[in-house]
Ligand binder design. Structure first.
Ligand SMILES: Nc1ncnc2c1ncn2[C@@H]1O[C@H](COP(=O)(O)OP(=O)(O)O)[C@@H](O)[C@H]1O
Ligand SMILES: [Mg+2]
Length: 289
């Protein structure tokens, strides 16, 4: 069995390369050949009809470049996660829309779409957010990770400043789940199975992301948390994912976001469970069936 691990053409920091190394090591352990290709290399390979002879049996797509993922799918290759699932996770607005009515999430308002140069000249929806969601409000850019594009607005002045700084970027507004301040649970799922989970907490910030200074400890999920994490993955059509759960009132779990390319090295350090092995095992099973 031969696969490609497709990664971003430009990002080459240790943060990413250590994940690729773990996936390749797990593949070797399970007798699967896994070759790293960057998205830049792929566009050349897939575009060439001569390359048809050397296309792989599967692709693990560890990037957000859904254009390349779709072209691989068009070439008849099974891509994990699918381009559609990656698209729904990458854009937090699409995630919210696709989880609606399926799992509990923080109440969410989506900013009306604007254009470059127009930005957000009318902010009446912030007034609506104040009335329905109440301050403090969480403002999230549609695209972002590591907590960097997630902001807390304590009052209308702060909310206006944040929105102005976004210019024309798409964003959503969420109720702040105060019972989850600075903590959430990361649940790693592979093929409708829970693989590992950990609590992430940060006493100094409302965001619990590890790369933003959050700490972690192993965490035993309850049934409600397991169910909601699995349901979220199903709703988004994911083969594997890292689901972030918040603690609502009476510890009721709410889905905060879903990552199609979770940074599973932190989970490995915390729990000793290597998600990459499960990913390769899952793909072997899928290709057999
Ligand atoms: N509605 C919310 N209420 C309380 N905390 C939140 C809320 N949304 C996000 N957070 C906190 O901010 C962190 C980052 O938000 P998230 O949506 O996961 O974005 P990112 O993709 O940058 O990780 C979460 O892990 C959580 O700790
Ligand atoms: Mg997150």
């Amino acid at each position: 069995m031969r696969g490609w691990l497709v990664v971003n053409h430009y990002l080459d920091s240790k943060k990413f390369s250590e994940l690729y190394a773990m996936l390749c090591e797990s593949a070797t352990k399970l007798n699967v050949s896994l070759e790293i290709k960057t998205t830049g290399e792929i566009i050349c390979e897939v575009s060439s009809r001569f390359a048809m002879y050397s296309l792989p049996d599967f692709v693990i797509f560890w990037d957000k470049d859904i254009y390349v993922a779709q072209r691989l799918e068009n070439a008849g290759i099974k891509v994990f996660n699918s381009s559609k699932a990656i698209e729904l996770c990458d854009n937090k607005i699409l995630t919210a829309i696709n989880l609606e009515n399926k799992v509990k999430t923080p109440k969410t308002i989506i900013a009306p779409r604007t254009f470059e140069g127009i930005d957000y000249p009318k902010l009446d929806f912030l007034e609506y957010a104040r009335e329905t969601l109440h301050f403090p409000l969480v403002i999230k850019e549609a695209y972002g990770s590591f907590g960097k594009q997630v902001y807390l607005a304590n009052d209308m002045d702060e909310a206006i400043d944040i929105v102005k700084s976004l210019h024309h970027k798409e964003f959503l507004i969420q109720e702040f789940i105060a019972t989850s301040q600075g903590r959430d649970v990361r649940v790693n799922v592979v093929g409708q199975k829970i693989v590992s989970s950990m609590l992430r907490y940060n006493p100094d910030d409302f965001r619990s992301n590890i790369s933003n200074g959050g700490k972690m400890k192993p965490y035993q999920l309850n049934e409600q948390q397991k169910n909601i994490a699995l349901k979220a993955c199903e709703a988004l059509g994911l083969d594997f994912a890292g689901v972030d759960l918040l603690f609502g009132k009476n510890d009721e779990p709410l889905v905060c976001e879903v990552n199609s390319n979770p940074h599973f090295k932190s989970s490995y350090i915390c729990t000793g469970i290597d998600m990459s092995l499960y990913v390769i095992e899952y793909i072997i099973e899928k290709l057999k069936g």
